[in-house]
Write a new protein. Structure first.
Length: 273
């Protein structure tokens, strides 16, 4: 079966579950999906670090990720710096007590902390969006978030395959093209218009279009950043969890840096109704 066919099958199974969880009045299923996806993503990240010979502190990283998500769930993200400080202290203690290969100490500690921030903190903002009040507001923002990013990805895939001639970042990701990147932006803009008129009229159209462009650019940079990490580790995909899509980290890459953008817009940028 072709890679495209696996992509479609996986999407047909996963997307209805995702949007169902988004629109449930209780946050538990969506939060559970986020935690599960980020746990897999963090483990995949640590495996990439291990390919480079580093020894991240997996248990500390997982505990840190769960702690971060708990803060987002109880709407207490002002305590994030304190939690990350505790995490730093935990890696320091474990390193002093157990480290034997001192040349790997710095990169191993850095990989642990970077993994928690890169995967845990950034994805935690998705939980923050789901916990907005009233709950329907969070559901609308999350729908806008996923539809805009996914529409851009789909457009980039087909435009890139049909018209892609000029490489976007050949050293980092040889398969990506400038034509595909342009199609990505157009797809996100079209999706933003559709969501505005079909679901979220309280989000001004001008705001929706600006958000779509910003999120699209950030998403493409996030995708390239994850490709940079994989290339450094000599891996094509972070894992093979999702048929046709690679690992969870491969699906999260364009979402991670965008989650805080939309969260803070929802908090401070949306005009009052």
């Amino acid at each position: 079966m072709s890679n495209l066919a696996w992509r479609v099958i996986t999407a047909l199974i996963a997307l209805p579950l995702l949007f169902w969880s988004i629109w449930l009045p209780t946050p538990f299923l969506f939060v559970g999906f986020v935690i599960l996806a980020t746990l897999f993503g963090l483990i995949e990240y640590f495996h990439l670090a291990e390919k480079l010979g580093f020894i991240p502190f997996v248990s500390i990283g997982i505990c840190g990720l769960l702690g971060v998500h708990s803060l987002f769930y109880v709407r207490a993200i002002e305590f994030l710096p304190a939690l990350l400080g505790l995490l730093l202290g935990a890696t320091m203690v474990q390193g002093v007590l157990t480290e034997r290969d001192f040349k790997k100490s710095l990169p191993s500690h850095a990989a642990t902390l970077h993994g928690v921030v890169y995967v845990g903190v950034l994805c935690g903002f998705l939980i923050g969006l789901k916990r907005l009040e009233p709950p329907e507001l969070g559901s609308r923002f999350l729908t806008f978030f996923f539809v805009v990013i996914m529409a851009g990805d789909v457009a980039a895939y087909f435009v890139g395959r049909a018209f892609g001639r000029h490489k976007l970042a050949p050293l980092v990701s040889p398969g990506k093209t400038i034509e595909g990147a342009v199609g990505n932006v157009v797809g996100s803009l079209a999706a933003a218009v559709a969501v505005h008129y079909g679901l979220f009229p309280a989000l001004p159209l001008a705001h929706a279009l600006v958000l779509a462009v910003v999120m699209n650019i950030i998403g493409q940079l996030g995708d390239l950043y994850e490709s940079l990490l994989k290339r450094g580790a000599g891996a094509k995909d972070a894992a093979a969890v999702l048929p046709g899509h690679g690992g969870l980290l491969d699906r999260l890459d364009s979402l991670l840096f965008n989650a805080p953008v939309l969260y803070y817009y929802a908090q401070y940028g949306l005009p009052p109704t």
